[in-house]
Design a protein. Structure first.
Length: 375
């Protein structure tokens, strides 16, 4: 019998399966945010006491993320989104006129991990992908040359749920800087920055980490921090020394004017909730939920499922279509019944995407498919 923890989360009166976009928050995290705001105001927002209070809270946020992705706390930079981290790399690396970089899939990729690279104006080599979004590691190896300044990949895909072999890619990259978009992996599966071998990693707190909107995390390894020129500068990130601007050490060098203190308090509380449940346990439960949903949808006449058949090669994202039903209209009609999914795309194909998380139940997966049958 699975343990129902839906009461621990706000908004659990709906069947919410759009966690690949924004997740529900645990009630304890909302309480932690309220308690922070009351304490912050009580101390006096611009006082020595509040400065120390905030410093400790932000350090706690870095510590819990460092525990989740296996890095050092000073390698965790606080941002507002996954996209912030992507742009910190895109705008911070030094690309020459003869430089190139390697990505995969072009329009199969999420916009946030594509547009910043295209904007650079440097040569972008895109690997071919199969219908699930996988690339061949030999293709990656063949595209890296002496002018390659960056390889940028997603860890897990937002549209098919495919988990890409980023660990193998890290070994192939060698000394070439390696960026990984982990928006669809951190919080729902085990992620180890050292095993991946990446220099940079970006993700947010409001998807699988179950934190509030406006919270993002950027991992920058100590050895790679000097590769990036900070894209912004302020009194928090640099000092003036002998009339020369000198950037501070990590993570302050990239931490210009951060003010979403309350968001990070909520994110930290959510992350600790997930750790208490166990990331491996979350992965197992989500895999089971996705398996039930895929099995139920496959029994609907005219249904098409996307993504890898092997549950070890995909997250809990379940993408599908039903013959004769427009994906957006299907999503809208289900939302009218209190069932929240999303309409997305795989290149030019519009799809319905469900993304269950730890607070969902197997019974809800059956209720979703029963509702689809009645449309």
């Amino acid at each position: 019998m699975e343990r129902d923890i839906s009461a621990d989360f706000a908004g659990s009166d709906k069947i919410y399966v759009n966690n690949a976009s924004v997740s529900l928050m645990p009630v304890c995290s909302i309480d932690a945010m309220r308690e922070f705001l009351v304490s912050y105001c009580s101390l006096g927002p611009d006082s020595a006491e509040s400065d120390e209070f905030v410093r400790e809270k932000l350090q706690n946020a870095r510590r819990v993320i460092a525990e989740i992705i296996s890095c050092q706390p000073d390698e965790v930079v606080l941002t507002q989104s996954t996209t912030d981290g992507v742009n910190m790399v895109a705008n911070g690396l030094r690309f020459g006129t003869d430089s190139n970089m390697v990505i995969r899939g072009m329009s199969h990729e999420h916009h946030s991990n594509l547009y910043p690279w295209l904007r650079l104006g440097t040569s972008v080599k895109s690997m071919q992908v199969d219908e699930d979004g996988f690339f061949k590691t030999d293709d990656l190896r063949s595209r890296i040359d002496k002018n390659t300044k960056l390889v940028a990949l997603s860890h897990a895909l937002y549209n098919t749920g495919a988990i890409l072999p980023v660990g193998e890619a890290g070994k192939i990259c060698g000394e070439v800087p390696f960026f990984v978009d982990c928006a669809q992996s951190v919080g729902c599966m085990e992620v180890d920055a050292s095993r991946i071998g990446c220099d940079f990693m970006s993700f947010n707190g409001s998807k699988w980490l179950c934190g509030p909107m406006g919270t993002g995390l950027f991992y920058c390894s100590r050895k790679s921090s000097e590769l990036l020129e900070p894209s912004a500068v302020g009194g928090e990130s640099a000092i003036l020394h002998d009339a020369r601007l000198v950037f501070k050490e990590m993570p302050a060098r990239f931490q210009t004017g951060f003010r979403n203190y309350v968001g990070m308090v909520g994110m930290e509380s959510s992350a600790r909730y997930l750790l208490k449940f166990g990331i491996a346990n979350i992965r197992e439960k989500n895999r089971r939920l996705a398996g039930v949903l895929r099995d139920e949808i496959s029994r609907i006449p005219g249904s098409v499922l996307y993504g890898p058949d092997d549950p070890d090669r995909r997250t809990s994202i379940v993408s599908f279509n039903i013959a004769g039903m427009d994906p957006q209209k299907l999503v809208d009609r289900l939302q009218g019944q209190g069932i929240v999914l999303a309409a997305r795309e795989i290149v030019d194909t519009k799809i319905v995407r469900a993304s269950p998380h730890l607070f969902n139940t197997e019974a809800e997966m059956v209720r979703i498919t029963d509702a689809i049958k009645r449309l």
